[in-house]
Design a protein around this ligand. Structure first.
Ligand SMILES: Cc1ncc(COP(=O)(O)O)c(C=O)c1O
Length: 389
C-alpha cells in the first residue's frame, strides 16, 4: 500500500535535491567548521553558504542568522536570551508549547506574562496586545502562522505596535516558513524562529533571526560559535540541507504568481476542504474565516473522536493528526481550539490535514473518497452521535 502523508505540519519529507546536497557532508567533507585546515575551511564555506540561503529566504543579513537545533531551541533562545526577572512579556494563548511553556518557565523565574486570547477565527487581535503593554514590557512573542489551524497572525501590525512602544518583537514563524513569503523588514520583528524540517529540510536544525544590535544572551555555554550566540559545533550536514531547503522554498514561493507553488497547494487544500464539506454533514472548518497558510485544513467532524479517526485513516494508509495531546492518560482538547471558543467535545472531534509539496491531486481524491466512509463508521459506533440524531 502506498501511503498518503497529510501531516506535513508535524514534519515534511526531505526533497531529493536536499538529500543530494547533504550527502557529501556526511562522508568526505566532514570537517569541523572551526578548524583551520582544509576540511575545516570547506565546512566553514558550506555553513556560510547555507547562512546566505536562509538569510535570503527571510530578507535578513547573513550576520543576523543563528543556526539552532530547531524551532524549540530558537523559541527558547529568543525568550530566555532576552527576558530577565522583573520584565513583562506579552504572548498569546495559541502559541506552540515551545513558546507557551517557555513563558511559564519565565513566570516561575519572576517575569510577568500576559497571554492575549484570539477571536473565534483563531486570530490574535492587535488591539488586545496594545492594551496589554506596560512600562516594563520587554517583549511581544506571537506566532506568524498557527500550527493547528494554519491561521496567519497580524505580525506586521504587531511589529508596528512593538516599534512604537520600543519593545522587542519575536515571531515564531516555524509554520509560516516555506509556505508564505517572510520579510523580516516588512514584519519589523527583532527575532524570528524557523525550522528546517517543516520546509522539506532535515529534522534537528533551525535558525533564529536576531536583528543587528539585539543583545541576546547565549543559552548554551561553551565556545564562541555563531558569534557567541549559540555555543557548539555546527550541525554541518543539517545546516547544508537547511540551506538547500531554504533556496528551494524561495524558488517555490516565487512560482505562486504563475499558478504553481503555493497557489497549486492552496488549490489542492481547497479541493480537499470543500469536497469534505460537500460529502460529510456535520463538518466545519476551523479558522475558515481567517487568512491561512495554503497547506492546512482543520476540520471538526461532529460525533467522532479524533484519535479514533486518525487510527482508522492510518489503517487505510493515510496519515493525518489531531490537535489534542495525550497527557497523563487523558486526551486533553487542543489549547488552540479551546482558546477559539470550541467546546472540549468539538476540539476532540477536530482533525488536521496538512499538505506538502510532494502531495498530488490523486492523493487528495483518494483521501476524499476515504473520509466520508471513516466518519460514517465512527459515527455508527458513537453514543454522542446517536444522541444527536
Ligand atoms: C509553531 C511551532 N513552533 C515551534 C515548533 C517546534 O519546532 P521543532 O519541532 O523544530 O522543535 C513547532 C513544531 O511543531 C511549531 O509548529
Amino acid at each position: 500500500m502506498r501511503r498518503i502523508y497529510f501531516d506535513n505540519n508535524a514534519t515534511t519529507p526531505l526533497l531529493p535535491d536536499v538529500l543530494e546536497a547533504i550527502q557529501p557532508y556526511l562522508l568526505g567533507s566532514f570537517g569541523n567548521a572551526s578548524s583551520i585546515h582544509q576540511q575545516g575551511q570547506q565546512a566553514r564555506a558550506a555553513v556560510e553558504q547555507a547562512r546566505e540561503q536562509v538569510a535570503a529566504l527571510l530578507g535578513a543579513r547573513t550576520s543576523e542568522i543563528v543556526f539552532t537545533s530547531g524551532g524549540t531551541e530558537g523559541d527558547n533562545l529568543a525568550l530566555f536570551g532576552l527576558v530577565r526577572p522583573g520584565d513583562h512579556v506579552i504572548s498569546s494563548a495559541i502559541e506552540h508549547h515551545a513558546v507557551l511553556n517557555s513563558c511559564k518557565r519565565l513566570e516561575e523565574m519572576g517575569t510577568a506574562v500576559t497571554y492575549v486570547g484570539c477571536g473565534a477565527d483563531g486570530v490574535v487581535r492587535p488591539e488586545e496586545v496594545r492594551a496589554a503593554l506596560r512600562p516594563e514590557t520587554k517583549l511581544i512573542s506571537v506566532m506568524m502562522a498557527n500550527n493547528e489551524t494554519g491561521a496567519l497572525q497580524p505580525v506586521e501590525e504587531l511589529g508596528e505596535i512593538a516599534r512604537a512602544a520600543d519593545v522587542y518583537f519575536h515571531a515564531d514563524a516555524v509554520q509560516a516558513a516555506g509556505k508564505v513569503e517572510i520579510d523580516v523588514e516588512q514584519i519589523g520583528c527583532d527575532l524570528l524562529t524557523i525550522a528546517a524540517h517543516k520546509m522539506h529540510g532535515p529534522q534537528g536544525v533551525g535558525a533564529l533571526f536576531v536583528r543587528r544590535a539585539t543583545l541576546l544572551r547565549s543559552q548554551l555555554v561553551g565556545g564562541r560559535h555563531e558569534r557567541g550566540r549559540r555555543a557548539g559545533t555546527e550541525n554541518l550536514p543539517g545546516i547544508v540541507g537547511f540551506g538547500k531547503a531554504a533556496e528551494l522554498a524561495a524558488e517555490w514561493l516565487a512560482e505562486g504568481g504563475a499558478g504553481g507553488g503555493p497557489e497549486r497547494m492552496r488549490g489542492l487544500r481547497d479541493r480537499l476542504e470543500l469536497g469534505v464539506l460537500a460529502e460529510v454533514a456535520g463538518a466545519r472548518v476551523n479558522s475558515f474565516a481567517a487568512k491561512r497558510v495554503p497547506n492546512t485544513s482543520n476540520i471538526v467532524f461532529d460525533g467522532i473522536e479524533g484519535e479514533g479517526f486518525v487510527i482508522a485513516m492510518d489503517l487505510r494508509g493515510i496519515s493525518v493528526s489531531t490537535g489534542s495531546a495525550c497527557s497523563s492518560g487523558a486526551i486533553e482538547p487542543s489549547h488552540v481550539l479551546t482558546a477559539m471558543g470550541l467546546s472540549g467535545e468539538d476540539a476532540r472531534s477536530s482533525i488536521r490535514f496538512s499538505l506538502g509539496k510532494q502531495n498530488t491531486a490523486e492523493e487528495v481524491e483518494q483521501v476524499l473518497a476515504t473520509v466520508p466512509e471513516v466518519v460514517r463508521k465512527l459515527r455508527e459506533l458513537s453514543p454522542v452521535w446517536a444522541g444527536k440524531q
